[in-house]
Design a protein around this ligand. Sequence first.
Ligand code: MLT
Length: 245
Amino acid sequence: MTKNLVFLHGFPFNRTSWSAEIGHFSDHRVLAPDLRGHGGGPEGPAPWFIHHYVEDLKKFLDEKSADRAILCGLSMGGYVALHFAEKYPERVEALVLANTQAGPDSNEAKDKRYQTVEKLHQDGLQAMAADMAKGMLAESTLRENPEVLGRVVAMIQGNKAENAAKVVGALAARRDATPFLKSLRCPTLVIAGDQDKVISPEAGRAMADAIPGAEFALLSGAGHLSNLEQPAAFQKRVREFLRKL
Ligand code: MLT
């Protein structure tokens, strides 16, 4: 039977960040929703929590009659995938956790979130997009593949500042998923970028070490957006993992 493969994007992007994977994995039933506050995703009154994203995903899977799915989440999408697997383990066949982490924000990270929210209200997302995007991409990507920067900036600018501020609140308030890792029972692949300045490869490796039987892949020349920066290596690694399921 064709397996459901669900891609969950990071903040502040949209489903099109998975365009290459949507084409590449067409032997699966590929689903890639816009998450709350991004693209055409759900909205609603703030505050937002990762719980909302978990319930949005449950509703989405129910609507698509996808009883079980392989979840592949990058960064914020990884937080959602991990929290979903904790709440609804029976719905998850396997996990790919890319450029993400299980731990909560440090106090310093929470302070930075607050500054980001202030900046979003003052300057707006249009003005912030280029710096945000540059902070996420590897130096080598900026040098050798400048078109990736243009794509990322356009995705960021397609979102609304007031929604981005609500998402930042949800990211800051997320729970610590670390205690849950040892009880995770589904096959899991953790992917990290060796030049990720947002979530360190060490955080990815620590998460993989804590999940029974998890595989770890470190992609070279990848920053925080490893599927956009190293699409061939990302797809190859995910393909190898899916083959074993
Ligand atoms: C993301 O890419 O989704 C964000 O960088 C996640 C975060 O800021 O924690």
